[in-house]
Design a protein around this ligand. Structure first.
Ligand SMILES: Cc1cc2nc3c(=O)[nH]c(=O)nc-3n(C[C@H](O)[C@H](O)[C@H](O)COP(=O)(O)OP(=O)(O)OC[C@H]3O[C@@H](n4cnc5c(N)ncnc54)[C@H](O)[C@@H]3O)c2cc1C
Length: 503
């Protein structure tokens, strides 16, 4: 029998412990429950004849959404007929993959919108080095196919939601360390031009079109299928460390010198308002052939991860909580062994906004390493000044792109990828426009460029200062497509001959 004095003491200790748990964990639980409760799926089903993109800021009436047939021969024949009719009737054509660009790059008002998604067949060559894939295939279809053959994608975005055609046409990049953008992994592709003819483009054949259509935003023709270089799937070990931003580059360079065989790297900045961009968590993945490569599986705890991520919108508390969760709890839950395919096979759907009132908007700036620190200093001033609600900032390393005409990485660059939440109102969009323009000016001052697939907030002057080759790019577009059949809102805003400097 425990003496009464001791029992009282025991009860008091238990009560104090419980109170401590409630005080520390309680607010977090309440916050997450509130976020989950309010997280309704309110994405609008568009009326027939309308299209939009993932920004949900570009709802536009088109004359037709044209579904590409599954069968290759039927697809080519019918596409050719569509183009002949378009040329005769002065119709405009835009091309859509997964529609994750955000500035109407897949849309032309009153035009025909081609949906490439059904065009998704693929086959690996016998030596397992080249994937032949139709342009509508998404990474979420390609990765499970490659997994069966022990292979993996060489360069792609950080999520699997995108098509090959869309990825090539923006010349995407990912967090594969020290790699140029995706064009570097393309052996060749077949392109249907505006007159309906099909040409093969590679570094040896139709070289000019190769460099224009990669990163060409669908303005030079329809990419039908691609020969894409692929690599081995691998077992990778994660090493993570948290450092103050000021010393981050030096410590990262030391690590890389010690262990140069790193495969994938990203750095995530602290976004809590009281420590804005002051700390960074660096995640590095190294080959670890000491065991079996884990198989592809559905990622776990997605509801909790979504609540933690969405809970950082419009909430300083939520931003702090997320940093704590992602730096202290997630590494314990996720473990340290992954397969390359597992890391690449994550969908963007788990974190994207689905509410009626707000949406997510991406920005990206490519800055030479030498000036990246000072650009970050400017970002720290500009974003709070415009009350930008930043939910995520990652920094990646991209090597020089020797392949594309409208290239953003004309030297090795640090890519700052910023993910914002904004209201779907004209006033909020105008505030984002002003902030974007300041960010673009800062990137240009630092010898960098901004990424083109996002909102079209840049002025014409900014586009041409960031991309001095843009005028020649648009002139070449008109040489290859004299009737300007392939169009979209990006071309409409910046590309026309008569358009000088759109405001
Ligand atoms: C959540 C999110 C995360 C992202 N992450 C990254 C990232 O990590 N790295 C990165 O580089 N980008 C990223 N992006 C940006 C970019 O939009 C995508 O890389 C890419 O455009 C998505 O492919 P898609 O299939 O959605 O393309 P779409 O938006 O459908 O199309 C993009 C462009 O390609 C053209 N196009 C599409 N298919 C064809 C075709 N077959 N032939 C010719 N032209 C075609 C379209 O006309 C359009 O101009 C991200 C975007 C979002 C929303």
């Amino acid at each position: 029998m425990i003496p009464r004095k001791w029992r009282t003491w025991l009860w008091m200790s238990l009560a104090a412990g419980l109170a401590l748990v409630v005080l520390t964990v309680g607010p977090a639980m309440l916050h997450l429950v509130r976020v989950t409760w309010n997280d309704a799926d309110q994405i609008e089903v568009l009326p027939p004849g309308y299209v939009d993109d993932v920004s949900r800021m570009n709802k536009t009436k088109v004359s037709e959404v044209w579904e590409i047939p599954l069968d290759e021969q039927a697809a080519e024949q019918q596409l050719r007929e569509l183009l002949v009719k378009a040329q005769a009737d002065g119709l405009r054509i835009s091309i859509a993959g997964a529609r994750h660009s955000m500035g109407g790059h897949t849309i032309y008002p009153g035009g025909v919108s081609i949906n490439m998604l059904p065009f998704n067949r693929m086959k690996l060559n016998p030596s397992g080095t080249i994937l032949h894939v139709q342009a509508g295939a998404r990474w979420s279809e390609i990765i499970p196919y490659l997994e069966q053959h022990g292979r993996s994608v060489e360069v792609m975005q950080s999520d699997n939601s995108f098509t090959v055609g869309g990825s090539l046409s923006v010349n995407c990049h990912g967090w594969q360390y020290g790699r140029p953008p995706i064009a570097s992994t393309v052996e060749s592709f077949r392109l249907m031009k505006a007159d309906g003819t099909i040409v093969r483009c590679s570094r040896g054949e139709n070289k000019e079109l190769f460099s224009l259509a990669l990163g060409g935003y669908g303005l030079f023709g329809i990419i039908l299928d691609v020969e894409l270089r692929v690599v081995a799937n691998e077992r990778l070990r994660l090493e993570q460390y948290i450092v103050p931003v000021d010393g981050a580059l030096a410590s990262f360079e030391r690590k890389i010198l010690e262990k140069p065989d790193v495969r994938m790297v990203y750095a995530r900045l602290n976004i809590s308002p009281d420590k804005l961009f002051q700390e960074v968590i660096i995640s590095m993945f190294f080959p670890d052939p000491s065991g079996e490569i884990p198989g592809l599986e559905e990622p776990g705890s997605m509801k909790l991860r979504r609540a933690v991520f969405r809970g950082s919108a419009a909430s300083a508390y939520g931003k702090k909580l997320r940093w704590e969760a992602e730096t202290k709890i997630q590494p314990l839950l996720a473990g340290s062994i992954f397969s390359r395919n597992q890391l690449l096979n994550e969908s963007a759907d788990w974190y994207l906004d689905r509410s009626m009132d707000s949406t997510d908007i991406l920005h990206e700036y490519f800055i030479p390493r030498a000036t990246a620190g000072s650009f970050l200093g400017e970002m720290r001033q500009i974003i709070p000044k415009h009350r930008g609600d930043v939910l995520n900032v990652t920094v990646r390393d991209i090597n020089t792109d020797p392949d594309t005409f409208l290239r953003y990485a004309d030297q090795p660059v640090s890519a700052f990828v910023l993910f914002f939440s904004q209201s779907r109102t004209p006033a909020a969009d105008a505030r984002m426009r002003d902030m974007t323009r300041e960010m673009i000016d800062a990137s240009i001052r630092h010898g960098g460029r901004y990424y083109l697939p996002y909102r079209l907030h840049a002025t014409g002057d900014q586009l041409h200062r960031a991309y001095p080759q843009a005028r020649s790019f648009f002139d070449l577009k008109r040489q290859h497509d004299p009737r300007e059949t392939f169009q979209n809102q990006f071309y409409l805003r910046y590309g026309g001959q008569t358009v000088g400097d759109p405001e």
